[in-house]
Each structure stands twice: as structure tokens, then as C-alpha cells.
Design a protein around this ligand. Structure first.
Ligand code: NAD
Length: 473
């Protein structure tokens, strides 16, 4: 072993600490192997290899380590909710500040290790256990609409199931992702000694996505995003759990309290300026109650636009290519006041959504607009409403909402749309355990069918059998 001078080492450490304190050293060498970079990497292979080592360390720590980590991640998310919410709002400039903070404060609703329980059989032929085992390292692709909440929720679910993670965040939310992941690693290391359990790409690109798809240390991927990334992941050859896009339709019929239906539609659709994938995106209302429903929207924070204001907003929001429209991103997640301005008008500061009467083929009906402007479409019958809603939902099988007291109509809509989340007589957010029963997740695996993700979503089933008559009764 080489000799070393203890005093010389102390002097070097003191010097480095002084420089750090004075700001002379501004950052660590990001991505340089296993150094203390708090999980932030430039290179996918290095990140995956560090995460794989962390996965092995987590396996050694057992359920106790998983529990400590998920508790610590929840605690730090809640305690940093305001700071991180403000940071993400400043970085992404979309949504509403109070909802950015709120989405972090509710992390406690995401389920953890209590979901990992074996199934067991015992009988004349012995005993059999089916265990929910981890995959290893999971590649998580996260959206700009909820950068830190998705990462925090994914960590709780995935680590509760025994996995490590490599995150490729949306470039528009990468600073927020890096800030939160660094802190998550700091608390994880402090509570368990495990480093780099959550690795994050410092410069996420399509190339880093591709490298995650190809890396042998990354067992599966979890995609939370729109149609492009879902389709890329499904073609990658790696198993992908896909929480894909939505365009949730709402049907309002003539059996309900229209004020309640309007209030709840606005509550869900206005949340975070309609960035939620479950959020109300278009409304089909029976003709005989349409006028009264529009007035109810106005009474509850909705502001109606029409004619040239609607045309102007449509051309600001969508780009036309032949008979198809695509969403320009400039007004995504902006306040209704900003949308009204873009429409050449003005709305009161209390306005929570804009709405406009349109036909069922309007781009605001067909495209996932992700902003607080919701089209309402009159329909002559409930069956017509279901047909139009089905078309607008694009078979994404994501979410749908109905306001009706007629159970047969509820059943018809449920059968026809076949969505992962179906909310009756409440805001869309009730489908995420917020004012409805059930648990919370920020990744709703719609495309691949696992549903609202939970720790079991990120496990492999393994059967363990002891044969023979072991009957003790
Ligand atoms: P997005 O599709 O633009 O980006 C999502 C992620 O995929 C980002 O990390 C992005 O960098 C990456 N990405 C995009 N295209 C890619 C490609 N071709 N190859 C590789 N990576 C690619 O979506 P967004 O604007 O960040 O988020 C909004 C979308 O996500 C909406 O469609 C919304 O419905 C959906 N979403 C779904 C859920 C769910 O749980 N199902 C949750 C949140 C958001």
C-alpha cells in the first residue's frame, strides 16, 4: 500500500472545501464514472452501469432499504414542493404555479412497498409462491408537462419494486429534473449509502433515448409522453410500459345538475392550465341542455369566445397542413388571459377556461390542445355524443368523463370508449385518487394496458414451488 501523508491529504481537502465555498469550483465533473455526481451523467452507458451497481446494492438492502428510500423521496418532495414548483414553472413557463407546487405536495398518494406482496397457494401437492421481482434498471422517459412530479412518482413506484432508474427527461424540463434528481440521490445516499440509484441524463436528446433503448444494463423502459415517443419506444425492441397521450372527451346529458357538471368540468380542465393527460379536452352536450350548460360554464369561471376570436385563436394554436392540423407549442399551458389576448379579445382575471361552440371536426376537438380552451359540441342524441367522443379519443384508450345519472348511458359510453380511466360525475382528477377513491400516479399506462401505474407494474412475476405433501393440517 502506498504511503500517504495524512496532513497533506487534510490540507488538500481543506483547500477544495474553501474553493467550493468561494464559488471557485462551480460544478463537479458531470458523468465522470462513479464520482460523486449525484446521479447526473452525460453518457448513457456510464449512467446505466452506475444504476446497475445501485440496483445490486438496493437488492442487498432488501425491503427495509426500499422503504427508507421511498419515504425519503416523498419527504423531500413535499418539503421542496414550493422551491421545485417555482423552479419548474420558471424553466418550462407552462401551467399554473400553485398547481406545479400542488402536484409535488400530493406525492404521498403514490403507493409504495405495501403493494409488493406475494401470491401463495398451499395444498395437497405442496406450496407455491409467486413473487413480484424487480426488473433491474428501468429507463424512464418523462414529459415537460410534469417534469419533477413524474420523476418523483416513478421513483416511488419503481424503487418500491426494487429497481434502479435512468431518466431521459424532456429537454424543456431538464434543469428541473437535474435539480430534483441530485437532491433525491443525496437523500438516498444519506439514508442508505446507495449512490446513483436514480441517474439522469444531463443533456437528453434523441441519441440518448436511442442509447437507453440499446443499453443491455437497462431491462425495460417506462414512457410518459405523446404519440411520437410512444411509437419510437414500441419500435425499439425493448419492453416498454407506455403512458401515452390522451384527448379526454366529456359527455353531458339532460339528467344532471348542469351547474355541478360545469363546475367539475372546469375544475379538471383548468387544473395546471389543462396540461394533465386526463384533463377534460372537449365536451359533447345534448342539444336540449346545451344553452343552459354554456351559461353554467360562464357562471363557474368559463369565458365564451366565438366568431373571429375563435378563428384567430385557432390559427394561432394550430398549423394547417392540407386537411390535417398540428399543434404549435407556443400557447400550450398558457393562462386563459393569454389565450384571450391571442384571440384578439380580453377576459376577466378570474377566468379559468375559455370555451367556444364548435363542430365535432374542429381542431380543438380533434387535437390534444393542452391549454385552457375547451370546445363544446351540440349533439342531437346520446348515441351521437358517444360516436363523436370515440372519434375524438382516437382509440388512445386514455380517459373519458360523463355527467349523467343514467346508468345505461354510462355503460354504453364505457363499453364504446374502453378507456383506462372513466370518471362518472366528477372532475377528471377524481380518476387519479384526487377527490375519487384509489391511488395516485403520474404515469397512466394506457397504450400498453397496465393502467394507472403502481409498484407491481414494474415487477416480473416469478414462481417458486416446493412439491410434495407438505400439508400441516
Ligand atoms: P412529448 O411526447 O413531446 O415528450 C415526452 C418525452 O418523450 C420527452 O422526454 C421527450 O424528449 C421525448 N420524446 C418526444 N419525442 C420523441 C421521439 N420521437 N423519440 C424519443 N423521445 C422522444 O410530450 P410532452 O409534451 O412532454 O408531454 C405531453 C404528452 O404526454 C401529452 O401527449 C400527454 O397526454 C402525455 N402524457 C401522458 C401521461 C400518461 O400518464 N399517460 C402523463 C403525462 C403526459
Amino acid at each position: 500500500m502506498a504511503d500517504f501523508d495524512e496532513n497533506a491529504v487534510r490540507a488538500i481537502v481543506r483547500d477544495v472545501l474553501n474553493k467550493l465555498g468561494s464559488g471557485e469550483i462551480k460544478s463537479f465533473n458531470i458523468g465522470s464514472g462513479r464520482s460523486d455526481n449525484n446521479g447526473i451523467f452525460d453518457d448513457v452507458d456510464e449512467a446505466a452501469s452506475a444504476a446497475f451497481d445501485a440496483f445490486k446494492a438496493l437488492s442487498k438492502g432488501g425491503f427495509a432499504a426500499r422503504q427508507k428510500i421511498t419515504d425519503a423521496v416523498k419527504d423531500v418532495t413535499v418539503s421542496r414542493a414550493r422551491e421545485w414548483g417555482e423552479f419548474e414553472f420558471e424553466e418550462t413557463k407552462i401551467g399554473k404555479l400553485e398547481h406545479k407546487i400542488g402536484k409535488l405536495e400530493i406525492i404521498k398518494g403514490v403507493p409504495g412497498t405495501e403493494w409488493i406482496r406475494p401470491d401463495a397457494w398451499s395444498g395437497d401437492n405442496g406450496i407455491t409462491h409467486e413473487e413480484y421481482a424487480p426488473y433491474g434498471v428501468i429507463g424512464a422517459i418523462t414529459p415537460v408537462t410534469h417534469s419533477i412530479p413524474t420523476i418523483a412518482g416513478n421513483i416511488v413506484n419503481m424503487v418500491a419494486a426494487g429497481n434502479a432508474i435512468v431518466v431521459n427527461p424532456h429537454p424543456g424540463g431538464v434543469k428541473s429534473a437535474v435539480k430534483a434528481v441530485s437532491e433525491f440521490n443525496r437523500v438516498i445516499e444519506k439514508t442508505t449509502g446507495i449512490k446513483n440509484l436514480v441517474c439522469c441524463m444531463a443533456h437528453p436528446t434523441l441519441e440518448t433515448f436511442d442509447a437507453i433503448c440499446k443499453n443491455p444494463n437497462i431491462a425495460i423502459m417506462c414512457i410518459t409522453g405523446g404519440p411520437g415517443v410512444v411509437s419510437a419506444a414500441m419500435k425499439s425492441g425493448k419492453k416498454s410500459i407506455c403512458a401515452g397521450p390522451g384527448n379526454p372527451p366529456v359527455i353531458v346529458d339532460d339528467t344532471v345538475d348542469l351547474d355541478k357538471a360545469a363546475r367539475e368540468t372546469i375544475e379538471g380542465g383548468a387544473f395546471d392550465n389543462n396540461l394533465l393527460c386526463v384533463g377534460e379536452k372537449e365536451i359533447f352536450v345534448l342539444d336540449k341542455v346545451a344553452d343552459e350548460f354554456a351559461r353554467a360554464l360562464e357562471r363557474n369561471g368559463g369565458f365564451r369566445i366565438s366568431g373571429s376570436a375563435l378563428d384567430r385563436l385557432t390559427s394561432e394554436v394550430f398549423e394547417r397542413k392540407g386537411d390535417k392540423f398540428s399543434l404549435k407549442r407556443t400557447l400550450v399551458g398558457k393562462d386563459p388571459q393569454k389565450l384571450a389576448e391571442a384571440a384578439g379579445t380580453a377576459c376577466p382575471k378570474e377566468t379559468r377556461i375559455l370555451f367556444a361552440e364548435t363542430d365535432r371536426n374542429h381542431p380543438f376537438v380533434i387535437e390534444e390542445q393542452m391549454m385552457p380552451m375547451i370546445p363544446i359540441v351540440r349533439v342531437g342524441s346520446f348515441e351521437e355524443a358517444v360516436d363523436a367522443a370515440k372519434r375524438a379519443e382516437h382509440n388512445y384508450r386514455h380517459s373519458a368523463i360523463i355527467h349523467s345519472l343514467n346508468v345505461e348511458r354510462m355503460t354504453l359510453m364505457a363499453r364504446e370508449l374502453n378507456t383506462t380511466v372513466f370518471v362518472k360525475n366528477g372532475p377528471s382528477t377524481a380518476g387519479l385518487g384526487l377527490g375519487g377513491e384509489g391511488y395516485l400516479s403520474y404515469s397512466i399506462a394506457t397504450t400498453t394496458g397496465e393502467g394507472i401505474s403502481n409498484p407491481k407494474t414494474f415487477t416480473r412475476k416469478r414462481r417458486c414451488v416446493m412439491a410434495g405433501n407438505l400439508n400441516i393440517f
